[in-house]
Write a protein that binds this ligand. Structure first.
Ligand SMILES: [Zn+2]
Ligand SMILES: [Zn+2]
Ligand SMILES: [Zn+2]
Ligand SMILES: [Zn+2]
Length: 495
C-alpha cells in the first residue's frame, strides 16, 4: 500500500540513531512517501458521521451489526475494515455500555492483537525490509521505549478486564512496549478537505522512520487515510530527510521540553542550537523611549521573569534603569493567568470580550510578534470563527500573520493555512484586492507546504481565480474554526 520513493533510504548511526536520508539530489515538492495506516481510529466526535474505514463524511452510514459502535459507508468499506475491526468488535459491544471509549484504548487493543497474530505467523527467515531499509509490510512496527506515558492515556483498567475475560496473552511488559510503539508511530489524521480538521489517529510505520527537525526539509500532509511526505527544500545526496513533529511557532525551550516529554529525545537541530537571535524575537519588548520604534530583546530567550535585557536595538536605551522590567513581570503574570483560565471553546463570546483589554495591555509592552500576543490572538481568531464573526476574525487573523511571518519559514504549513484563512475572510467581506494579494502569498506557501493537489491549495487557487475574473461569488467560510488546522504531526501541540 505504501509507496516509498527510490530517492530515500534508511540509515542508522550512533549520533542520530535511525533515520531517512537522500540517495540522490531531491528537488523541492518531490513526493517521498505515500502511506496508508497500519491502523486508524476515528476520534469520538467523528465516529457517528464518518466512515470508520475511508473516513469520509456521509449523511447516511450503516452501523456495524456486531457492536453498533462504528459506522461505514457500505459493505465494501466494512469488509475492508474487518481485518482490524475483528479485534475490537466484541470489546466495543461490551465496553460501550459503560460510556465513551477512549481512542487510545481502541488503538492499543487492536495493535496489540494484530501484532500477537503476525508474530505467531511470521517465520524467522522471511525478509522484513527492502534494500533501502524500509519495512516491507506495515506489520513491522518501529519499537521505541518511552519513559513518558502516552497522552491521552488508554483506559487500562477496562483493557485488563477485557484481556482477562478473553484469555489474551497480555502482560504488563507487553502493554508497556506497546505504549512505546504507539508513541513512536502515531500521527494525527486530518480530513481531506480544505479545513484540515483532526479526525482521528493512525499508526504509520514508514512515516515513523523520518526524524524530527525544528527546521525540516520535508513536510507531511494527510488526506483522510492517506499520509504523504514531500520535500519542501532542495536536499543533497546523503542529507537527512526530516519532518516536524510539532507546531514550530514556539521558542526553543518549549519545543525541546515537548520533544523530550512526548518523543523522548533532545533535539540538537540547527534551529535549537544556533538560532538564539530568532528565539529572542519571540520575547521582543517595545523600547519605552519616546518616538523610538526599536526593540529590547532578552539576553536569554525564556519565560522566566527575572530576565536581563540587551540595549534597545535602535537607540541603545538600557531598560534596567526604567520601570519597564517590573511592568514586564506584571504583564507576564497577568497573561499567564488569563491563558490558563480561558479556553475559547467553552465560551467564545466571553473569551473575545475579555481578550480585548488583555491585548491592549500586551500592546503597551510587547512587540506585535511577541509570543504572548500571538497566543492570545490565535485563540481569539478561533473564537471569532466559531461565532462566525468575520470582521473580528479578520482582525485577529491579520494580527496572527505578523507573528507567523516573523518566526516561521515561508514554506511552513501553519503560515500557509493562516494566510489562506485571512484571504477567505477578506474575500467574504468584499475586500477583493486585499484578498488577491493575500491568496497569492498563501499559494506560494501552500504549493510547497501542502503540494499543488491538496484540497487547501486547490480551493485557494479557485478562489483566487474567481476574484481575479471579477465574478460575483460567495466565499464560503464553512467552519474554518481552527487556526491550528495545519496538516502536521501527531501530537502537533498548540502551546
Ligand atoms: Zn467508507
Ligand atoms: Zn463491530
Ligand atoms: Zn530542534
Ligand atoms: Zn529605543
Amino acid at each position: 500500500m505504501a509507496e516509498v520513493s527510490e530517492k530515500v533510504e534508511i540509515f542508522s548511526d550512533k549520533k542520530r540513531g535511525r533515520g531517512v536520508r537522500a540517495t540522490t539530489f531531491i528537488e523541492p515538492e518531490t513526493v517521498l512517501l505515500i502511506e496508508n495506516p497500519y491502523l486508524l481510529t476515528l476520534e469520538e466526535d467523528y465516529r457517528r458521521n464518518r466512515c470508520s474505514y475511508c473516513c469520509k463524511e456521509r449523511g447516511k452510514l450503516r452501523a456495524c451489526g456486531g457492536c453498533s459502535f462504528v459506522y461505514y459507508c457500505d459493505r465494501q468499506c466494512q469488509a475492508s475494515n474487518y481485518s482490524d475491526h475483528q479485534y475490537e468488535c466484541k470489546y466495543l459491544k461490551m465496553a460501550s455500555a459503560g460510556g465513551d471509549i477512549r481512542v487510545r484504548t481502541r488503538t492499543l487493543l487492536v495493535t496489540l492483537q494484530k501484532h500477537l497474530k503476525t508474530v505467531k505467523k511470521r517465520s524467522q527467515n522471511v525478509a522484513t525490509h527492502n534494500a533501502r531499509g524500509f519495512p516491507l509490510t506495515p506489520e513491522i512496527l518501529y519499537k521505541k521505549m518511552a519513559d513518558e506515558k502516552t497522552s491521552p492515556e488508554p483506559d487500562m483498567e477496562r483493557l485488563w478486564e477485557y484481556a482477562a475475560s478473553k484469555h489474551l496473552p497480555v502482560t504488563e511488559d507487553l502493554m508497556q512496549t506497546f505504549e512505546g510503539i504507539l508513541n513512536a508511530n502515531m500521527f494525527s489524521v486530518r480530513d481531506g478537505k480544505a479545513r484540515c480538521k483532526v479526525i482521528g489517529e493512525g499508526l504509520y510505520t514508514r512515516m515513523a522512520m523520518f526524524n524530527h527537525c525544528c527546521r525540516p526539509n520535508c513536510t507531511f500532509t494527510s488526506d483522510n487515510r492517506e499520509l504523504k511526505i514531500a520535500s519542501i527544500r532542495p536536499i543533497s545526496p546523503g542529507e537527512e530527510c526530516t519532518i516536524s513533529y510539532l507546531n514550530l511557532m514556539a521558542p526553543t525551550s518549549s519545543r525541546q521540553s515537548k520533544l523530550r516529554k512526548w518523543y523522548d529525545f533532545d533535539c540538537d537541530c540547527k534551529r535549537c542550537i544556533q538560532d538564539i537571535d530568532k528565539d529572542r524575537l519571540m520575547y521582543a519588548i517595545k523600547c519605552p523611549q519616546m518616538n523610538c520604534r526599536g526593540s529590547v530583546l532578552p539576553w536569554k530567550p525564556s519565560d522566566s521573569l527575572s530576565g536581563q535585557y540587551l540595549a534597545c536595538d535602535a537607540c541603545g536605551f538600557d531598560i534596567s534603569t526604567s520601570k519597564l522590567p517590573d511592568q514586564i513581570v506584571r504583564t507576564e503574570m497577568e497573561v499567564e493567568s488569563f491563558l490558563s483560565r480561558k479556553k475559547d471553546y467553552d465560551y467564545p463570546g466571553q473569551y473575545l470580550e475579555e481578550c480585548g483589554p488583555i491585548l491592549a495591555r500586551l500592546d503597551d509592552v510587547y512587540q506585535p510578534y511577541h509570543r504572548r500576543v500571538y497566543q492570545v490572538v490565535k485563540t481569539a481568531l478561533k473564537a471569532a470563527l466559531k461565532l462566525d464573526e468575520a470582521e473580528t476574525a479578520l482582525q485577529y487573523g491579520t494580527r496572527s500573520l505578523v507573528a507567523l511571518r516573523t518566526h516561521l519559514d515561508s514554506c511552513d504549513t501553519l503560515l500557509g493555512f493562516n494566510l489562506w484563512q485571512v484571504g477567505q475572510l477578506q474575500a467574504r467581506l468584499g475586500m477583493n484586492l486585499k484578498a488577491v494579494h493575500t491568496l497569492e502569498e498563501a499559494l506560494r506557501t501552500l504549493r510547497i507546504a501542502y503540494g499543488s493537489h491538496h484540497a487547501v491549495t486547490v480551493e485557494a487557487q479557485e478562489l483566487l481565480a474567481m476574484l481575479k475574473s471579477g465574478k460575483d461569488h460567495l466565499a464560503l467560510l464553512s467552519d474554518t474554526s481552527q487556526t491550528g488546522g495545519h496538516c502536521q504531526g501527531s501530537n502537533a501541540v498548540e502551546n
